[in-house]
Design a protein around this ligand. Structure first.
Ligand SMILES: Nc1nc2c(c(=O)[nH]1)N[C@H]1C(S)=C(S)[C@@H](COP(=O)(O)O)O[C@H]1N2
Ligand SMILES: [Mo]
Length: 222
């Protein structure tokens, strides 16, 4: 963990973490069904909301422009360590997508702006043996996805939502967005993207949440 990360500790957070671990043990909200994402927009067991709820471990780091740095490393041809203006100088793309949180809410038609995962891949060029992508955040949070889940046209490193900079509570200045997986796979306050051969299950993945996290297969826990 880098010096500037806030470690995830403290009594309040421990309670919150315990509760979410209990949900995983109990299989909370499971409907036991799956759906076809090409035919059904709302994944099983989800409920549509209009606002955008905030979910994290309670420590919302203030990542100022001076403080922001994004490292992209691991088994890649070209490592990157970018400040905010270098990040903003990468190709910028707009995108519209839905969000699905494992705590049951879904939100449609979010307008994003940021760097497409595929544009980042073109720059860093992961080595052929890379299978996994590990995200680390400024609050010490981590999460993992497979390379083929990162290498999708709707995956972005976003800095704008609905035409505004992403707020601190939603993970600004830069957060991940992996819209076809449950939202815990989308790290807020993005600090590092690491390309690896071996998997490293993240914060919730080692606490009873599914390693894959596909909402249409209801991969909430496991
Ligand atoms: N850095 C960081 N990213 C995180 C989390 C967190 O605690 N820290 N929580 C995850 C969870 S469990 C969810 S549901 C979403 C919530 O994002 P939101 O608060 O913008 O809705 O962020 C994910 N990314
Ligand atoms: Mo979550």
């Amino acid at each position: 963990m880098a010096d500037d990360d806030i470690p995830i500790t403290g009594a309040v957070r421990d309670k919150l973490i315990e509760r979410k671990q209990d949900w995983a043990r109990e299989g909370r909200l499971l409907t036991g069904t799956s759906a076809d994402p090409t035919r059904e927009r709302l994944p099983p067991g989800q409920r549509l909301v209009r606002d955008w709820p905030v979910l994290d471990l309670g420590a919302q780091p203030q990542v100022t422009e001076q403080k922001f740095r994004l490292d992209v490393d691991g088994a890649v041809e070209n490592r990157l360590s970018l400040n905010l203006s270098e990040f903003m100088a990468l190709p910028q793309t707009e995108s519209v997508s839905d969000m699905h949180c494992v705590t049951q809410w879904s939100r449609y038609d979010n307008h994003w702006k940021g760097v497409a995962a595929r544009d980042l891949l073109a720059v860093v060029q992961p080595k052929p043996e890379v299978k996994h992508v590990i995200f680390t955040a400024y609050d010490g949070y981590t999460t993992n996805i497979r390379l083929e889940q990162f290498d999708q046209p709707d995956v972005f490193l976003v800095h704008q939502w609905e035409g505004q900079p992403i707020s601190r509570e939603h993970g600004g200045p830069v957060r991940m967005l992996v819209p076809r997986l449950y939202l815990w796979k989308s790290a807020k306050w993005l600090r590092r993207i690491h390309f690896t051969i071996s998997d490293h299950p993240g914060f919730w993945e080692v606490r009873g949440y599914h390693n894959n996290g596909d909402p249409w297969l209801e991969e909430r826990y496991g």
